[in-house]
Design a protein around this ligand. Structure first.
Ligand code: GDP
Length: 315
């Protein structure tokens, strides 16, 4: 017997906000989250997975929702001690967060795949949703700037996304495979939701994995994206700057175009209703509501809307 589930493609902050709404609408064990690994990096020899951690912390209630990343009530004693050695400390590793990276790195070195590691750690944290890395193979987002090519964390955290962006690449994506669990999750989903995440650096690396894009093209469920842009601005972060650098219109229409071959519907803000006609012209359905998640109630209302509007194709 097939079990009902909803599959969410996710980055970090925007996706974490949306998931905190979605868990109020559908049972958590019916949620699968396919998470970006393009932000993953090596810090102090540790495997750091920023988006996987944001999602897992959000679902386990540990996320610092003010900052949008890391653990609530965090301390930085270890980082302070590292600073005292005169070492670089631009990547803000909290003490409890460090335990996550130590555990992940230890499990990976003991021979587990990233998927097995993430599954074990999410379950231990009490998460009932399935957290699925988009790939067990390394896929790394590279940002080309006038000063050279930067890893995503170097661009985003160390350089505070100030450098001019010439191009964005997903190293390793062409050879990367998606785990079978990810492909099954997409194929069997009741609805596939692309979270309001950065289309270039959060969703882009997921869609750059050939198997995943194919599975989405063939999905029997509705595939719906929530715009991370309202008007010509991202709610937070560098999505607008990166979309422009990659040649997309900085608008909900540009977001629809990023996903044109896989999307059935896009959810845009009421203030952007004027874009509906031109998006529909691209044969993508448009669903209009308030998409700014200022609190948990707004996130719940958005999740409720998305589930309600897209619950027609369920088998
Ligand atoms: P990152 O890895 O932390 O950048 O994670 P994401 O890509 O998931 O989150 C950043 C994206 O979420 C940005 O493009 C924001 O514009 C978007 N975002 C953040 N908050 C909201 C919100 O309340 N509503 C919508 N629609 N998008 C949001």
């Amino acid at each position: 017997m097939r079990t009902t589930h909803y599959t969410v493609l996710a980055g970090g902050t925007g996706a974490a906000k949306f998931l905190r709404g979605l868990v109020q609408i559908v049972p958590e064990d019916q949620i699968h989250v396919v998470v970006n690994v393009g932000d993953d990096t090596d810090i102090w020899g540790l495997h750091v997975s920023p988006d996987i951690d944001s999602i897992t912390y959000a679902l386990s209630g540990k996320l610092d929702t003010d900052r949008g990343w890391g653990v609530r009530d965090e301390t930085f004693r270890c980082l302070e001690a590292i600073e005292a050695y005169g070492m670089p400390s631009w990547f803000r590793l909290g003490d409890r967060d460090l335990a996550t990276h130590l555990t992940r790195t230890h499990l990976l070195r003991s021979g587990l795949t990233l998927s097995e590691t993430v599954d074990r750690m999410a379950k231990a944290a009490g998460v009932k949703a399935r957290v699925l890395p988009a790939s067990d193979d390394p896929v790394r987002t590279k940002i080309e700037t006038p000063g050279g090519v930067l890893g995503f964390q170097e661009f985003f955290v160390r350089e505070q996304w100030k450098p001019e962006v010439r191009s964005v690449a997903y190293a390793g994506a062409a050879e990367a495979r998606a785990p079978a669990a990810v492909l099954d999750s997409i194929r069997e989903a009741q609805i596939v939701i692309i979270a309001p995440s950065n289309p270039i650096t959060s969703v882009g690396p997921i869609l750059a994995i050939h198997d995943i894009r194919e599975a989405l093209r063939c999905a029997r469920a509705e595939v719906v994206a929530i715009s991370p842009l309202i008007g010509d601005s991202a709610v937070s972060g560098p999505a607008a700057k990166l979309m422009e650098a990659c040649g997309y219109d900085v608008s909900p229409e540009g977001v629809a175009r990023c996903y044109h071959d896989i999307l059935d519907n896009i959810v845009i803000d009421v203030s952007d209703a004027g874009f509906a006609a031109s998006i529909r012209y691209e044969t993508i359905g448009v669903q209009v509501t308030n998409i700014l998640m200022t609190n948990e109630k707004a996130a719940r209302e958005l999740a409720e809307f998305v589930i309600h509007e897209n619950s027609i194709a369920a088998g």
